[in-house]
Design a protein around this ligand. Structure first.
Ligand SMILES: Cc1cc2nc3c(=O)[nH]c(=O)nc-3n(C[C@H](O)[C@H](O)[C@H](O)COP(=O)(O)OP(=O)(O)OC[C@H]3O[C@@H](n4cnc5c(N)ncnc54)[C@H](O)[C@@H]3O)c2cc1C
Ligand SMILES: C[S@@+](CC[C@H](N)C(=O)[O-])C[C@H]1O[C@@H](n2cnc3c(N)ncnc32)[C@H](O)[C@@H]1O
Length: 647
């Protein structure tokens, strides 16, 4: 097993118990959770009052709070209630909370039922709360309340080291320091300082000397104030300085867009469309440009796209990324368009069987995510997206927004002049913008001819057939069936089979992909030596559709800021000698330019979290991805690795 802070497994849930008066206790920490009779008033006094809330957030467009110890979520709900009553529609609250032993949904329901005065909010939380909390970041959007909740399931110190955010207020609520010293360590306070800015405040029940010392050592000015009710004291603190952790190798730096008013995206596939949706949701002015008359008509235009996690046999950043992406995607897509049919991954040979057994053995995943099933594995919550239904409804919503413009145009060149990006068609400037995102698949290479990026296009095609033209084992299966290829379930009498994966000669990289005549034979080859082989051989397919996957050498997408590569090469030229003492320079951001490509074979699973991540980066809001994942998808990683290994 791994000692990663977020191993791929379900977290150990909290051992909570209620006494006859409904007071809640933690068996793990032999401490009290809450007493319904005084719980809410005390929490409001300590955490909201101690941080001078709501007064402190009244002036802020975005306000970010972190709590150590989510527990039953009461602090979150009280904050949400106050936020709803005091904030305006152009403000946004981000509440981040760490929890090592999350309650399960049932325990949460039991605990929160003691507080009917919060039921309007607790119902929302319970409905959105992860059924089987896995370690890692879980982001929940409460759009009607202009609030985002990021639950960090894992140890607070380790978890917060993975967070990219600027925090305005801290709620330190982690049982008594004597009973749970890990949640009050010096190390945790260093991390807290690093995520704070001048003026950030802290509130906590405890006035223990060790905690006061740790806060002061981290740069906070502390103040004891009157505690709740009979309690004499509690603690507040304010950050007095700008604290900045110096990264020796800041190659994976993220960049907020500077002074941008218009955010323009070239490419309206699933990546560009989802980013437009995220930026518009954040109240920004967005222009989406595509050569097609509406979004998702090229590679993103297959009718049924499979959505599922993608595991590697060992715990890896790739597996963690795709798991987070999957969990985020199935929340993001509307149930109207996302069909959680389950994906049945068949194992027809010993090698595949062994792989599946090892997967279950290595990861202790909840059965709601993956379990043994017939001749293989079932991923019960995985499924498929009606891509055209989804694209149509997002596009209609966007078009209703006064902040959104769609333009049909093929951009042949881009140029930066007088702080603006000029978008050109046949040498004429047809549009200018101050922030530009290229989300146009492989064609991005044509717009950035001198930018080194190891992406390669792969040709792929799916075939359609009528359900009534085949065997019941194929037509009646409610799940997506996955072997080397996949067969989607019957949808309005039709099914699709995919998908081939073929090399494209360089001279054809930018040409429209053509359907090969032998598409059916090539797709059915993926089912050779399986019980389906015979049945598939009898089908006459209706039609086929071809697209281009943009692949990367490490199977991870590319998402982030474009930097000045020449400056970077000069600054990092000696990194191969591994000078650990040396401070390497920060890369230079190339004028509010960002890219989002390389989504490979899993674009519909990864696009929602990538769009959220890029939107967070561009706007400088709390990152949805862990620092480790952000590094792993950073466009700069290839250049850095090459410089590191070149000898
Ligand atoms: C056969 C096949 C089956 C697949 N099956 C699945 C699946 O089941 N599940 C899954 O998750 N993924 C699947 N994929 C992968 C998935 O389709 C891609 O990962 C995803 O569509 C990539 O989206 P994108 O927005 O990055 O790119 P695209 O969809 O390629 O969008 C790029 C957009 O940019 C526009 N554009 C390009 N150049 C310009 C320009 N110069 N000016 C203006 N506009 C421009 C194009 O018109 C296009 O709309 C499959 C892929 C193939 C080929
Ligand atoms: C006092 S309770 C929090 C109460 C909670 N804020 C509420 O409103 O219900 C403390 C919580 O800290 C969690 N915890 C303990 N050690 C932790 C750690 N190292 N990292 C993160 N959470 C931890 C416990 O599981 C417990 O849920």
């Amino acid at each position: 097993m791994t000692n990663h802070p977020f191993p791929i497994k379900q977290a150990n849930t909290l051992n909570i118990r209620f006494d006859d008066e409904n007071n809640a206790y933690s068996n793990n920490y032999s401490d009290i959770y809450f007493q319904p009779s005084i719980g809410l008033d005390e929490k409001t006094h300590v955490f909201l009052g101690g941080n001078n809330l709501p007064k402190k957030w009244l002036e802020e467009e975005n306000f970010t709070i972190v709590e150590t110890g989510f527990g039953t979520g009461l602090n979150f709900l009280l904050t949400l209630q106050k936020w709803n009553k005091t904030s305006t529609s152009d403000q946004h609250l981000h509440f981040i909370s760490c929890e090592l032993h999350p309650l399960n949904k049932q325990q949460l329901h039991m605990a929160l039922s003691q507080f009917p005065q919060l039921s309007q909010y607790s119902q929302l939380l319970i409905n959105n709360y992860p059924t089987n909390p896995l370690y890692g970041f879980h982001r929940l959007h409460f759009k009607t309340l202009n609030t985002t909740l990021t639950l960090i399931i894992g140890d607070a110190t380790q978890g917060l080291k993975q967070l990219n955010a600027k925090i305005d207020a801290w709620y330190l609520d982690g049982f008594a320091p004597s009973k749970n010293p890990d949640l009050w360590s010096e190390n945790l306070f260093k991390v807290i300082a690093n995520l704070s800015h001048q003026g950030t405040t802290v509130a906590t029940y405890t006035v223990a000397r060790k905690i006061r010392n740790n806060l002061e050592a981290a740069g906070f000015a502390i103040k004891k104030i009157k505690g709740f009710g009979q309690k004499r004291e509690m603690l507040t603190a304010t950050m007095t300085q700008e604290y900045k952790l110096i990264e020796k190798q800041p190659w994976a730096q993220t960049f907020k867009a500077k002074k941008a008013k218009i955010y323009t995206i070239i490419g309206a596939g699933i990546a560009g469309l989802t980013l437009a949706q995220k930026l518009c949701d954040a109240g920004k002015q967005v222009t989406l440009i595509d050569r097609q008359k509406q979004p998702c008509l090229e590679t993103s235009g297959n009718p049924q796209a499979m959505i599922m996690p993608s595991f590697t046999l060992n715990d890896s950043v790739e597996a963690r990324f795709y798991l987070s992406a999957f969990l985020y995607a199935i929340r993001h897509y509307s149930p109207k368009n996302y069909h959680d049919s389950g994906v049945y991954e068949l194992a027809f040979n010993d090698k595949q069987k062994q792989w599946q057994d090892k997967l279950l053995e290595n990861f202790y995943l909840p059965k709601s995510l993956v379990k043994k099933f017939q001749q293989g594995l079932l991923y019960p919550t995985a499924g498929w997206l009606d891509t055209q239904g989804h694209a149509k409804s997002v596009f209609e919503q966007l078009q209703q927004s006064p902040n959104f413009i769609y333009r049909q145009a093929e951009i042949n060149a881009i140029e930066h002049q007088s702080n603006l990006w000029q978008l050109k068609q046949d040498n004429a400037v047809i549009y200018t913008t101050d922030c530009l995102v290229l989300a146009n698949g492989i064609a991005l290479k044509k717009l950035l001819p001198n930018y080194e990026l190891p992406i390669t296009p792969k040709h792929g095609q799916i075939s359609y057939f009528k359900s009534n033209s085949t065997d019941k084992s194929i037509s009646d299966c409610p799940h997506i069936q996955l072997n080397k290829g996949y067969i989607t379930p019957n949808w309005n009498g039709e099914q699709t089979m995919g998908a081939t994966f073929d090399h494209i000669a360089e001279e054809n990289w930018f040409k429209t992909p053509l359907v090969n005549d032998d598409h059916w034979r090539r797709n059915t080859e993926l089912w050779k030596n399986t019980p389906y082989e015979q049945a598939l051989a009898k089908i006459t397919p209706d039609k086929s559709r071809a697209g281009i996957r943009v692949t990367t050498p490490d199977h991870l997408p590319i998402c982030g800021a474009v930097i000045d590569q020449q400056q970077f090469k000069a600054g990092y030229h000696d990194i191969k000698h591994g000078k650990t003492w040396k401070q390497y320079p920060q890369p230079q951001h190339n004028k509010n330019l960002y890219i989002l490509t390389g989504l490979g074979s899993r674009g519909f699973t990864s696009a929602p979290i990538l769009a959220e991540s890029l939107c967070n980066q561009i706007l400088g809001t709390t990152q949805v991805l862990t620092n480790e994942m952000q590094k792993a998808i950073n466009p700069n990683r290839f250049l850095f690795k090459n410089l590191k290994k070149s000898r």
